[in-house]
Design a protein around this ligand. Sequence first.
Ligand code: MRU
Length: 346
Amino acid sequence: MDAIIWENDHLRLLDQTKLPGTMEYIECYDYRKVAESIKRLAVRGAPAIGAAAAYGLVLGAKQINTTDRKEFLEKLEAIAGELRATRPTAVNLAWALDRMLMRVNTSSEQDVEKIRRVMLEEAHAIYQEDVQSNRKMGEFGQELLPNGARVLTHCNAGALATAGYGTALGVIRAAKEKGKEVSVFADETRPLLQGARLTAWEMVQEGIPVTLITDGMAGYLMAKKKVDCVIVGADRITANGDVANKIGTYGVAVLANYHKIPFYVAAPLSTIDMTLSSGEEIPIEERDPKEVTHHAGQAMAPDGVQVWNPAFDVTPNSLVTAIITEMGIIYPPYTENLAKICKPNK
Ligand code: MRU
């Protein structure tokens, strides 16, 4: 169930808009196809769009028809700009593209064909490091889960949202691999149902007991003492530990706080944006109102209704019990403790 596959000369992206019904790959030979796939959420989840964009830039580099290094680099910057503009909130996208450009710009290589090869190596490294980070997060994070833990998650922070294994779902997978019994409650995650379509699907595939609930049921679930902790992923974490994640996450965090349930965020360092001091500064993507008014092409609301459709919200650091990273579990005070594991310019 790989969301992203590099095959010889092109990129294959699992079309997540068709899950769980159909498993179909989009064959990308053109960087524009990758950009379009990111935009319409065929590939989604912060680390996954970073890795996909890195490979997209490799495709773009192949499409630049020149042997002149300077001209090549100028055109590459423009293509990176197009890929970067596809989605604003998940910092992994910009992070991966910056890393690709940095690798190219700091290489003394003059031969454009060799630069293209170096770029493919770098994209592979981004992909592989993400899988390794998720495994490490799983190792650290599973310590937080007692045997029998019942975990609530929101959206999909699984293998589909990353290069593999997953962040929040990686922690759950790791607990299972340690022999612990663990079960999951998946918020359906309106409006695009990543919880119902993707998280529930991943868990069913894996044989991890999963119960699907609508988003509005989370409070009652907690009141009935059916949840031991919440684990979610993140699209961007600022230097003070504020967390942008799928719309609805903030509500879950408030509920968890009220019910005194730990609220954990699992995310790799590539999701931490030390250039922003607080969540107020995170650009929040607003998407097509039709995602709210329509379901499977069918209108669910009257014509002419006004719609607000932010794709993400920001959970303040005060509601976050701990952040699980590949460097270990980070506790408050986040400003101090995140600075210890992140480079200041990142
Ligand atoms: O709009 P999406 O589906 O890309 O949103 C995804 C999320 O919000 C995930 O929780 C987040 O990217 C973390 S994925 C490991």
